[in-house]
Design a protein around this ligand. Structure first.
Ligand code: NAP
Length: 531
């Protein structure tokens, strides 16, 4: 198959890129490894998986008609609703006929003479395209820790990030969950009431606060429609892509009673408000952060009946916001079920998996029917580095990025012309679809610019790449609030270079640099005509 633009990945970003490039008049095809659309929202279909950004702020905003006709049922939609929505979008905009499912990309090689990419898939298909847009995402490669005996376990094993499309029968089963990041803490309360026993293997507790989800009432639905344009304008310009407004006071402007009353309000507010609308110095002043953490610790002790379990659930090694905070529904309460127990891996690490369970360092072997790995992702670069990408002069992306990703705007890397990766590493941070959408809009403009100027190659210059990468690295080194030991830096994967994988300048930096590219007539790119 040959086309102008080959998009890889039918997640939120890839679907939008397919739509935008087609709208701009390109001949576009999309390859998707899965058998359905959704990307992260296709593979992460474990019980309890849901948005923790408000549904209507996570959704597409490019079509007022689409916005008006889709009624989200909950403020934070569960995975099945999101998957239905994305299927609706694909059909409504007649995109499905451009998508080939079950096509996992294994190599992508640039040919200078023809100025095209040759993309091959696991099934042996070969595709040629002038431009490749790898919308393969940051949360797409599940990480399994190298625990001895992992393959020996004879019961059922699942990873939250590659969950089967057929339901898993938890009823009456002895279940282990390894990992207590955002995925684990969503899954645990969702199955706690169903299973015979649930044993949670926790290495590091996180600062979990309530999601405060609920159905969207008829009055709220009407208000959302009435407010669409204002909401769209706010989301298109907000630095983190949320509607939440920042607070105007610092922690110690208030007395302790006032602080605790404010924290109580935060605790009862939806999702990310605890980060976006908390005291202004939350992430800047360790003492301010410690106050909020003390409040949460008090809450955990108040919810969890067993004092020893409560203490084990309170983080000691990081402040709120250093790691991406999970937002939960009934998570701490789940430990009050008599069938739920917590194993603290800092005291008793896992030694091995056996045929029928998990053995820990205290010599205890527990038997399980099901083991769930909620152990996260090879974040940011995982997918791009596994696609066999080779650019100019055969340069392998794995070599070019051996010390960590190097990008311009988080959309291109020098030496790989006509390859874009919106929604990949170095993009921004916050509500993903908002800044990934900014990047897709930019990529579409760049493709159009190249076409309108009679050019068939466009590639970021080495100087532009150096400038953006230095900005990301410098910002990450200076920011006191970024966690040392988190997937943000890739340090959850043994041997991965320690490099910041988001964009420390955030969306404002992305906006500023995109404006500069447009003002300077794409000076940060080399454009040329082949032949
Ligand atoms: P994660 O945050 O990386 O958590 C992985 C968990 O596995 C951590 O508790 C980690 O412990 C544990 N782990 C890793 N290796 C281990 C080992 N060898 N032994 C024991 N435990 C081990 O991954 P995630 O929970 O899948 O979440 C990743 C991101 O996906 C989230 O931060 C969020 O951005 C996104 N997400 C979003 C939602 C949503 O609400 N919309 C839901 C799920 C995920 P340590 O902390 O000690 O490393």
């Amino acid at each position: 198959m040959a086309c102008d633009v080959l998009v890889i990945g039918a997640g939120i970003t890839g679907i939008y890129q397919l739509h935008r490039a087609r709208e701009a008049g390109f001949d576009v095809q999309l390859l998707e490894a899965g058998n359905g659309v959704g990307g992260t929202w296709y593979w992460n279909r474990y019980p309890g998986a849901r948005f923790d950004s408000e549904s209507y702020t996570y959704a597409y905003l490019f079509s007022p008609e689409l916005f008006a006709e889709w009624e989200w049922q909950e403020h934070f939609a569960e995975q099945p609703e999101t998957e239905r929505y994305l299927n609706h979008v694909v059909d409504r905009f007649d995109l499905r006929r451009h998508i080939r499912f079950g096509e996992k990309v294994t190599s992508a090689e640039w040919d200078e003479a023809s100025a095209t990419w040759t993309v091959r898939t696991a099934g042996g298909a070969e595709h040629r395209a002038r431009f490749v847009v790898a919308a393969t995402g940051i949360f797409s490669v599940p990480y399994f820790p190298d625990v001895p005996g992992r393959e020996d376990f004879r019961g059922e094993s699942f990873h939250t990030a590659s969950w089967p499309t057929t339901p898993v029968a938890f009823d009456g089963k002895r279940v282990a969950v390894i990992g207590t990041g955002s995925s684990g803490v969503q899954l645990i309360p969702a199955i706690a009431g169903q299973v015979e026993s649930l044993t949670v293997y926790q290495r590091t507790p996180n600062w979990c606060t309530p999601l405060n989800n609920g159905p969207i009432t008829a009055a709220e639905q009407a208000q959302l429609r009435a407010d669409f344009e204002v909401m769209q304008a706010t989301l298109n310009t907000s630095s983190h892509g949320f509607l939440h407004q920042p607070h105007d006071r610092a922690t110690f402007d208030d007395s302790r009673d006032e602080r605790w009353a404010f924290y109580e309000k935060m605790w009862n507010s939806p999702g990310f408000t605890k980060l976006t609308s908390n005291y202004t110095d939350l992430l800047l002043d360790p003492a301010a952060n410690a106050e909020w953490c003390a409040f949460i610790a008090e809450k955990i002790r108040g919810i969890v009946d067993d004092p020893a379990t409560a203490e084990q659930l309170i983080p000691r090694d990081h402040r709120f916001g250093e790691k991406r905070p999970p937002f939960v529904t009934g998570y701490y309460e789940a430990y009050n079920n008599p069938n739920v127990s917590l194993v603290d891996l800092q005291r008793t690490p896992i030694v091995r998996l056996t045929e029928d369970g998990i053995e820990t360092a205290d010599g205890v072997g527990r038997r399980f029917d099901i083991v769930v790995w909620a152990t996260g992702f090879d974040f940011g670069t995982g997918a791009l580095l596994r696609m066999g990408i080779r650019g100019r002069d055969g340069l392998a992306l794995t070599d070019h990025w051996a010390d960590g990703p190097r990008t311009f705007l988080g959309v291109q890397t020098a030496g790989f012309p006509n390859l874009f990766f919106p929604g990949g590493p170095h993009a921004a941070a916050g509500n993903n679809p908002r800044y990934n959408g900014d990047q897709v809009d930019f990529v579409t403009d760049a493709l159009t610019y190249a076409r309108d100027h009679g050019c068939d190659t466009i590639g970021a210059t080495a100087e532009a790449e150096e400038r953006w990468t230095a900005m990301v690295d410098k910002g990450a080194a200076m920011a006191p609030s970024f966690g040392e030991c988190s997937y943000y830096f890739g340090t959850n994967i043994p041997g991965k270079p320690r490099k910041y994988l988001l964009n420390s300048g955030g969306r404002p930096k992305l906006f500023k640099e995109i404006a500069r590219v447009l003002d300077t007539d794409y000076a940060a790119f080399t454009l040329s005509r082949s032949g």
